[in-house]
Design a binder for this molecule. Structure first.
Ligand code: ADP
Ligand code: ADP
Length: 238
């Protein structure tokens, strides 16, 4: 089953009268439950692709299906609802709300879902903060936490809605090597145990090596599609 289907998608921007073709005719299927890296140099179109999959941007042409649903036919409200229940976001700058505690940051996206009552909300916040190893820091604010701990809060926040897909834009870019590896390992562990699909961008070769699928984007074009068969053994289907 493909959780994401991208069909002939292009995205261009007009910047100062000049057209920038950020993505050029991308076609890509992403299977349920994979741990997939979007790799490529800075400016190649990785963020644009993640924003399209996350329905926070729309293609200039082409079609995107999330869980089999064509997102182009949806109203802004329907799109917001799909996004809130299906997609979790992790950012390179963590993007936590500074005045809220770790608990409140994780709770925040759940407050947008009326079907989730107070008790279930509390259960989930505690559960996911435990999963990421911050059960003892629930009342800490972001500025009382280290970078790695902040990203752990962001992971718990992304997971709290129990999304089908977690999108992570350069999740380790602002972390030292050791902390970044631990964050990737944690995401990998969650991917294995909860079967959540993780789609993350990176320009770091070490981070790419932890993926089981690799999509390479260069200058807006999909130039390679790899499957890691065994550690270090990649088969390229494109
Ligand atoms: P990456 O994430 O790989 O660094 P991006 O997707 O951010 O790449 O950018 C791809 C290209 O699109 C770049 O040339 C960038 O300058 C351009 N771009 C991205 N977003 C915008 C925007 N909102 N307006 C104009 N150009 C943009
Ligand atoms: P790490 O080894 O994960 O990078 P740090 O060495 O930065 O962690 O922090 C160690 C401990 O100190 C953590 O438990 C963290 O909660 C706490 N801590 C870090 N920065 C602050 C701060 N500005 N205020 C209060 N506590 C902090």
């Amino acid at each position: 089953n493909n959780v994401v289907q991208i069909r002939n998608v292009s995205r261009s921007y007009v910047l100062g009268g000049q057209q920038v073709n950020a993505l050029k005719n991308i076609t890509l299927d992403i299977e349920d439950g994979v741990f997939i890296a979007i790799a490529g140099p800075s400016g190649s179109g990785k963020s644009t692709l993640l924003n399209l999959i996350g329905c926070i941007d729309t293609p200039t042409s082409g079609q995107i299906l999330i869980n089999g649903q064509d997102v182009s036919g949806k109203t802004p409200d329907e799109l917001a609802s799909l996004r809130a229940r299906t997609i979790g976001f992790i950012f390179q700058t963590f993007n936590l709300l500074p005045v809220l505690s770790a608990y409140e940051n994780v709770e925040y996206p759940l407050l947008q879902l009326p079907e989730i009552g107070k008790e279930e909300r509390d259960r989930r916040v505690r559960y996911f903060l435990e999963i990421v190893g911050l059960g003892q820091k629930m009342t800490h604010r972001p500025n009382q936490l280290s970078g790695g701990q902040r990203q752990r809060v962001a992971i718990a926040r992304a997971l709290a809605v129990q999304p089908a897909i977690v999108l992570a834009d350069e999740p380790t870019a602002n972390l030292d090597r050791k902390t970044g590896d631990a964050i990737l390992e944690l995401m990998r562990e969650i991917n294995r145990t909860m079967k959540t699909t993780f789609i993350f961008s990176t320009h770091d070769k070490r981070v790419m090596s932890m993926a089981d699928r690799l999509v390479r984007i260069e200058d807006g074009e999909l130039t390679a599609l790899g499957v890691q068969k065994a550690p270090g053994e990649w088969a390229y289907v494109k």
